[in-house]
Design a protein around this ligand. Structure first.
Ligand SMILES: CC(C)(COP(=O)(O)OP(=O)(O)OC[C@H]1O[C@@H](n2cnc3c(N)ncnc32)[C@H](O)[C@@H]1OP(=O)(O)O)[C@@H](O)C(=O)NCCC(=O)NCCS
Length: 179
């Protein structure tokens, strides 16, 4: 079974699997901010225990090799948690999700780990497509995908639900790099 590297580093960031012990820092850095989670498939956490449960699931993925692989992203400079990135491997393709704490937006940070993981994915035998989607009203995320070497492919209509906005499935921009 294909398994991504547990740790990697980019120019400004380090990435390693999150643990349940990271929950308070993750909560503070990004997971409790409704502005950050507006276009995500999960709502901002208001209490620690459900976040700890989520992180337990991510630990389990690294243990078993099945599920959504996630990394916590820290600044190399001072080890501060800035966000996270994750991927799921499905047959011949890899799909990504990512989030940054608000105070770190606009510095080009997320394109670094996304590009690293897209490169890694497409270097694996059998993986020919690295892709992600974002809400049509979240164009800065589509720009990050382009900066990571993906190309805009189109709109997936009525594809995902943003519970912070409402229950209706919403249109998404799809970007991908293929080989
Ligand atoms: C989306 C997110 C990951 C962006 O990461 P980031 O590292 O701050 O992004 P960048 O600093 O590279 O800046 C975004 C880019 O989008 C561009 N941009 C910003 N607003 C834009 C708009 N309305 N239309 C088009 N492009 C826009 C910026 O100009 C910049 O591109 P540039 O470097 O070519 O000038 C971050 O804002 C975030 O985590 N948001 C909350 C969670 C989220 O939405 N995750 C993605 C879910 S799909």
């Amino acid at each position: 079974m294909l398994r991504p590297p547990e740790t990697f580093a980019t120019a400004r960031l380090t990435a390693r699997p999150p643990t349940v012990a990271d929950a308070p820092e993750v909560f503070r850095a990004y997971a409790s901010d409704p502005e950050v989670t507006r276009y995500l498939t999960w709502k901002a956490y208001v209490k620690l225990p459900p976040l700890e449960e989520f992180l337990k699931g991510r630990e389990e993925t690294w243990r078993t090799g099945a599920g959504h692989f996630a990394w916590l992203l820290r600044l190399r400079d001072n080890q501060e948690v800035v966000g996270s990135i994750g991927l799921s491997i499905e047959r011949h393709h890899v799909v990504f999700g990512y989030v940054l704490g608000r105070k770190h937006w606009g510095r080009g940070l997320m394109a670094e780990p996304l590009r690293w993981l897209v490169d890694w994915s497409l270097a694996q035998p059998g993986i020919v497509r690295a892709w992600a989607f974002c809400d049509v009203e979240n164009p800065s995320s589509a720009r990050v995908m382009e900066k990571a070497g993906m190309q805009r492919e189109g709109i997936l209509r009525r594809w995902h639900v943003c519970p912070s906005i409402g229950p209706e499935p919403r249109d998404c921009i799809v970007c991908a790099r293929v080989r």
